[in-house]
Design a protein. Structure first.
Length: 294
């Protein structure tokens, strides 16, 4: 079922000049209105969801104006300009329109929980409680124009287009920055030395991640990230490189068959042996031996 805006309004002196254009996206609904205004017009609005009110165009007399007022709070003058206004859920607003003949505006209502789920760790719910007015950044207005054009089109593009534009608009208006990537802590010098010595001594057998993590007192997951932050490779890759070093030592003796080396160095079969060696060195075991014994 499509998300529906939950807003009550009472208007005076306003009439719809052309049909309402509406689109539904993921937890959002966008309405595009063109309204005619009497000399003195206005309204009262209360929404249970956050919303954007974006004035796209206005036609009126010299000195025409639109005032927005928070019930019991601020009065925002000059709202006749092309700009976006973010109104939090539950904030009662009234408008007073003077000397305006017509308005074209975009209303974007959205479900806060749906937006927060989509943003994940980058979500900052406090942003949804802060009203923002007279946002006239060129990028915000360009996004609003693109959304309005898609809504008004008799052949709108795929829903992902409008959804992406509306999401980008909300992120821009709410000034939601991505959280910086957290740098993983490295292992202490003693931890890294203990682990590397253990791997060196046991690299010819299967070493469980839990086994080496236990040497450092860290959980397997944290250890794995810290080891890679310290060495640039995973514990498994580090062990494989040490194992291949042992293989190279044995390959230096031309009298030892490859099958024997594979068995001695812990590989399950010849194919696994050849594949693992090539992944690390770029050569097969036999090719590597020939290049060293010329």
């Amino acid at each position: 079922m499509s998300y529906l805006p939950r807003m009550t309004s009472k208007i005076d002196g306003l009439s719809v000049a052309s049909g309402l254009h509406r689109r539904y996206w993921n937890g959002m609904v966008a309405d595009l209105w063109t309204v005619d205004c009497e000399t003195d017009a206005g309204g009262h609005y209360l929404s249970r969801d956050p919303r954007l009110f974006i004035l796209l165009d206005a036609e009126g007399e010299d000195g025409a104006n639109l005032h927005l007022t928070e019930t019991g709070g601020r009065r925002i003058s000059g709202a006749i300009a092309r700009a976006a206004h973010f109104i939090p859920a539950g904030l009662e607003m009234s408008s007073a329109i003077r000397g305006v003949k017509s308005l074209r505006h975009l209303d974007l209502h959205f479900d806060a929980d749906s937006l927060l789920r989509r943003l994940g760790e980058d979500a900052d719910r406090a942003r949804l409680d802060e009203p923002r007015y007279l946002l006239n950044d060129a990028r915000i207005l360009a996004l609003a124009d693109l959304i309005a054009a898609d809504i008004a089109s008799p052949e709108p593009l795929h829903d992902l287009y409008g959804d992406g534009l509306a999401s980008a608009l909300l992120i821009d208006v709410l000034d939601l920055s991505a959280k910086p990537v957290r740098k993983r802590s490295k292992l202490a010098v003693w931890q890294l030395r203990r682990v590397c010595d253990f791997i060196e001594a046991n690299c010819l057998r299967n070493i469980r991640l839990e086994e080496i993590a236990g040497l450092t007192g860290l959980s397997p997951s944290y250890f794995s990230h810290a080891f890679k932050a310290s060495t640039g490779v995973s514990p498994q890759q580090w062990q494989m490189k040490r194992r291949i070093d042992r293989v190279k030592q044995r390959l230096s003796d031309p009298t030892v068959p490859l099958t024997a080396i594979a068995a001695e160095t812990g590989f399950s079969d010849a194919a696994h042996f050849a594949r693992s060696f090539r992944r690390v060195t770029g050569l097969s075991p036999s090719e590597w031996r020939r290049t060293r014994l010329r």
